[in-house]
Design a protein around this ligand. Structure first.
Ligand SMILES: [Fe+2]
Length: 402
């Protein structure tokens, strides 16, 4: 029989194993404790770790991908290297060889670059490759100051490309986005037929990610309609909570959401059963209006993940640069042997054969691109404000590429 003190010792060990001491650099939920889910995505070729990241229980998984390359492993899209993550990763190292390369393929995705220094320190012999145009705000700092050791770091495209015997690299952008640049370098891993991206494309499905099975609190929290409702667990509640998280992550402030007056929020707070931090003491500042569910269905595939350009990117990065996106999709279509998409968010692997990429391209061409209506209204306001203040260049976005 297991006694309670040995269970609490075990939990303490696990919690130390999941510690991420650098969380104050980007203070996102779940802060200093990052659980990692390890999954084999394509047998003996591609694996991943997933961790939750977000704000106020609006948390979605973020993924680091591990790729088998000649002589060892390549890590793409860094994640915080907790002891838990490193011990599973070292199992792979024992079977498939050392971590040869760590790649940060995005110029702008802060949630992906924040753990590059710690991951680099965990693998002191690995070569580091980063997307050109890394920027820091409010000041442009040298790489060493950002914690990325310059002596073993190379810039993708400008100083060559890693593992070209088994990988093909394709740049989306660069685009001038005022504060810095948007650029993402996708990797086509020939042996597995997989295209690895960071934020450019995602596939979303109705089943909540497996990572929530360990702790479904964020799903249950958002599945409610009022603060005085308990966090009851059921498959229906999990799916409902997941659909709302998808809307938050996609539009930041979805159209069918309003913030109730403070007195209404307080009326439902501090009820019996909810006087705990997990339920945020019953404080629930959201009112979902009729129509939210059908608007979520436009983003979420029922039987399989729905392939799409994330709405945040559509409205804030590509509103005036649709042509660059189409050009990049054409490059992907021209590759022989594409089968899978593995991105740093949402579902993976997602089927991604040339006919599916063509369908996506067609959909983008026909779509009312970067709309200002409905769910897009809030993102549209941000974009218009940035353009009117001169932070983001006016139509069209300047492209740096020669
Ligand atoms: Fe991202």
């Amino acid at each position: 029989m297991v006694n309670s003190s040995s269970l609490s010792d075990k939990n303490k060990d696990l919690s130390e194993h999941q510690e991420w001491p650098w969380w104050p650099l980007l203070p996102l939920y779940p802060y200093g404790r990052r659980r990692s889910l390890f999954r084999e995505l394509l047998p003996k070729q591609i694996w991943c770790f997933e961790q939750l990241q977000g704000l106020y229980y609006v948390a979605v998984p973020v993924r680091m991908t591990i790729v088998k390359v000649t002589g060892g492993l390549m890590l793409v899209n860094p994640l915080p290297p907790t002891n838990e993550l490193l011990s599973s990763l070292n199992e792979l190292v024992r079977q498939y060889g050392p971590v040869l390369t760590i790649v940060l393929p995005t110029a702008s995705g802060l949630e992906h670059k924040i753990s590059m220094p710690a991951l680099a320190r965990a693998f002191p012999k690995a070569g580091l490759w980063i997307c050109p145009g890394q920027w820091s705000f409010p000041f442009q700092l040298p790489l060493n100051w950002l914690g990325i050791p310059q002596h073993r770091t190379k810039i993708l495209l400008e100083e060559g490309l890693p593992h070209e015997d088994c990988c093909l690299w394709l740049s989306l952008g660069p685009l001038d986005i005022g504060l810095g640049r948007f650029q993402e370098i996708a990797c086509f891993h020939k042996p597995s037929g997989s295209i690895l991206v960071t934020d450019a494309l995602v596939g979303i499905q109705s089943d909540p990610p497996e990572l929530f099975e360990v702790d479904p609190t964020p799903l249950l929290f958002h599945s409610r309609d009022r603060g005085d409702q308990l966090l009851d667990d059921s498959l229906r509640a999990r799916r409902k909570g997941w659909a709302r998280l998808v809307l938050f992550a996609s539009f930041l402030r979805p159209a069918y959401l309003s913030i109730p007056p403070i007195l209404k929020i307080l009326r439902y707070a501090f009820k019996p059963g909810l006087r705990n931090a997990k339920a945020h003491f019953g404080l629930y500042p959201f009112d979902w209006e009729e129509g939210w569910e059908s608007s979520a269905k436009e983003l979420i595939g029922d039987k399989k993940p729905l392939l799409q350009v994330a709405p945040v990117l559509e409205r804030l990065i590509f509103p005036r640069a649709k042509d660059s996106l189409i050009k990049w999709l054409d490059e992907l279509i021209a590759i022989r042997g594409t089968r899978w998409l593995i991105s740093a968010h949402f579902s993976a692997p997602v089927e991604f054969r040339p006919n599916q990429i063509r369908d996506l391209k067609r959909k983008i061409i026909r779509k009312n691109w970067a709309s200002a209506e409905g769910n897009f209204r809030f993102l549209d306001n941000i974009d218009k404000t940035l353009v009117s203040r001169g932070v983001v260049p006016k139509d069209p976005l300047e492209i740096f590429r020669d």
